[in-house]
Design a protein around this ligand. Structure first.
Ligand code: SAM
Length: 332
């Protein structure tokens, strides 16, 4: 069985695939008001091209795939695409990251097609604050999407909350109550200086250590690190000592987790992005369209993986190495 091992002996078995740059929300920390700095006109890979690339990644040992964006649910025929991916023998897990706005309609068909679990971005449970953060989002609609994901049997349903000082940090406790009532998993995320919008909000950065302190105080309890709970992802999980619930934090900036990084990203335009914190990327669209064979493309992927940076360096004062393209084109 082939494996993708980078120069730091990390095994890459997880691909985040952005199926579109387009998004129906305009979260202020993700996109600038003027829009995104996205490359040229949108020449996205077709679903056939994406399926071929995912197949090649699985032949190289990638077994887990997350569909992201932009907002993946705004791309037409996504359910059929999942049906094609589901047939790939090497793919053990297909998951989805979404803002939840269209999930009420798509949760059941996506689950039936092969999406086993979902992460939903939810930065506020106050309708007005939610609208301010997303610039046009409808909390009720997302809430119905969450219910639909649970009803469809997606498990786990995880809520991702980017915590920002003075924007939504006052909602840490109410968000905890909200997720615990509904049996959801919660991950608090630190802002990252990715893209123009991300760089601008770094003064709102709210460190994970402070978030955890708030959780301890809210429940008057200790937090016990969950052994092995970190899984292959970036979140560190903590069990509330006096109850069954657990919370996760993604402390991308204050405490990086690059030594265990197992992932690469593929943009909707077919660029293989090796690290969220570095501009290094390799276009797979051109060789694909130039008629290169599977072996040639797999070799390109192997060579690219060998150049995966050791770590993101988000804290470096000079941020010129960090991508200017927004999270919405990188897929988060
Ligand atoms: N539209 C989908 C969604 O809402 O989950 C997928 C794409 S979105 C870019 C993926 C994730 O990136 C979201 O959870 C979002 O909150 C997060 N994100 C965007 N900009 C960020 C930033 N500057 N810092 C931290 N997280 C960010």
């Amino acid at each position: 069985m082939a494996e993708l091992i980078d120069s730091y002996n990390r095994r890459i078995d997880y691909l985040r695939l952005s199926v579109t740059d387009h998004c129906n929300y305009r979260c202020f920390y993700c996109r600038t008001k003027a829009g995104d700095r996205v490359a040229g006109n949108h020449d996205f890979l077709s679903f056939e091209e994406m399926t071929r690339l995912v197949r090649l990644f699985t032949e190289l040992g990638v077994s887990r795939l997350r569909l992201t964006g932009g907002e993946p649910l705004v791309r037409r025929h996504l359910v059929d695409f999942v049906g094609q991916l589901e047939k790939l023998p090497g793919l053990a897990d297909i998951s989805l990251s979404t803002n939840g706005h269209l999930l009420e309609r798509f949760a059941a068909p996506l689950k039936a097609a092969g999406v086993s679990r979902v992460n939903i971005s939810l930065d506020s449970i106050d309708a007005d604050n939610f609208r301010r953060i997303t610039r046009n989002g409808e909390l009720q609609q997302v809430s119905r999407g969450i219910d639909a994901a649970l009803a469809a049997g997606m498990a786990p349903v995880k809520i991702n909350m980017v915590v920002m000082r003075g924007v939504n940090d006052h909602e840490i406790e109410s968000m905890l109550d909200y997720v615990l009532e509904r049996g959801l998993e919660l991950r608090f995320i630190e802002t990252m200086p990715v893209g123009e919008a991300g760089r601008r909000v770094m003064d709102l950065h709210y460190p994970a250590a402070q978030i955890l302190q708030r959780v301890r105080e809210r429940f008057a309890t200790q937090l016990v690190p969950v052994k092995g709970g970190r899984g292959a992802g970036p979140a560190r999980y903590y069990q509330l000592a006096n109850g069954p619930a657990r919370v996760g934090v993604i402390s991308a900036v204050s405490r990086h987790f690059c030594e265990g990084c197992n992932r690469v990203r593929l943009t909707a335009e077919g660029e293989l992005v090796l690290c969220l914190g570095h501009e290094n990327r390799v276009s797979l669209r051109e060789p694909l369209r130039a008629g290169c064979g599977d072996d040639e493309i797999m070799q390109l992927i192997r060579t690219a993986i060998a150049s995966k940076p050791a770590r993101h360096d988000f804290l470096r004062r000079d941020k010129s190495h960090i991508p200017l393209s927004s999270m919405t084109s990188l897929g988060g």
